[in-house]
Design a protein around this ligand. Structure first.
Ligand SMILES: Cc1cc2nc3c(=O)[nH]c(=O)nc-3n(C[C@H](O)[C@H](O)[C@H](O)COP(=O)(O)O)c2cc1C
Length: 223
């Protein structure tokens, strides 16, 4: 299985969210042989979409802008599983991640097709792809924080699996690694379950939805 990680944290390999993603991958690797590519979006030369629709009409399937996005599009076309990995920024995806997303327009056709809820552009390619969203945030709550992003993801992808981690900064604080380690063990378990069944068990989901550290303790230490 070809897995493509899209790391949209400005912290690159120091991203706490990437710890979730690495643990999820460790779980998958226990079950499946896989080839993994990581796109570190913030380290690449990716310019904003110019809105010219050249990728639909002038050079179908290819963007007219010459930058690192052309090799990213090749990796996106080949992937069986896409893992989006990023922190929540202002209730949404960090800016360059959104920029990357907009540059994927060459992967869809200009045609409009009806869906149960409205219409969309069909994919230019036949490949079945699965998507997992792994994200961390600074608040202790997932509810009243992630709704905007989750709505966007359910419009973008017919189906996707999610791991949303509250109190994300704890993933990068060695002094309280006890809390993060317990959480990361559950993310590993989630990856293994996902590789076995295509979903995360309800019991594991419940554990992942809980804050890593008791809320009062987190608030006391948050600055
Ligand atoms: C510009 C900015 C906006 C943020 N917006 C939110 C937010 O809307 N909700 C939230 O809970 N945390 C927010 N955070 C906190 C990050 O999501 C959190 O620190 C995350 O765990 C960082 O992950 P990373 O180490 O992978 O970059 C924000 C942080 C920054 C820098």
């Amino acid at each position: 299985m070809k897995i493509l990680v899209l790391n949209a944290s400005p912290k690159g390999k120091h991203s706490g969210t990437m710890k979730l993603t690495e643990s999820f991958l460790e779980g998958i690797k226990k079950i499946e042989d896989c080839e993994i590519d990581v796109i570190d979006i913030y380290s690449l030369d990716i310019k904003p979409c110019e809105g010219c629709f050249g990728c639909w009409h002038k050079t179908p399937g290819a963007c007219v802008i010459q930058d690192d996005m052309s090799k990213c599009l090749e990796l996106l076309k080949e992937a069986d599983l896409i893992l989006w990995s990023f922190p929540l920024y202002h209730y949404s995806i960090p800016a360059k991640g959104k920029m990357f997303l907009e540059r994927t327009l060459p992967l869809v056709l200009p045609d409009l097709v009806k869906t149960p809820s409205g219409c969309t552009h069909p994919s230019r390619y036949d490949k079945e792809q699965k998507v997992v969203l792994l994200s961390s945030c600074g608040f202790y709550n997932i509810e009243n924080n992630y709704e905007g992003l989750l709505m966007q993801f359910s419009l973008l992808y017919k189906e996707y699996t999610k791991v949303l981690c509250a109190e994300g900064p704890l993933l990068n604080i060695p002094e309280v690694s006890y809390f993060a380690e317990q959480y990361l063990d559950n993310v590993r378990k989630a990856g293994e379950e996902y590789a076995r069944t295509g979903q995360i068990n309800e019991e594991t989901k419940e554990l992942l939805d809980k804050p890593m550290m008791p809320i009062d303790m987190y608030l006391e230490n948050a600055k």
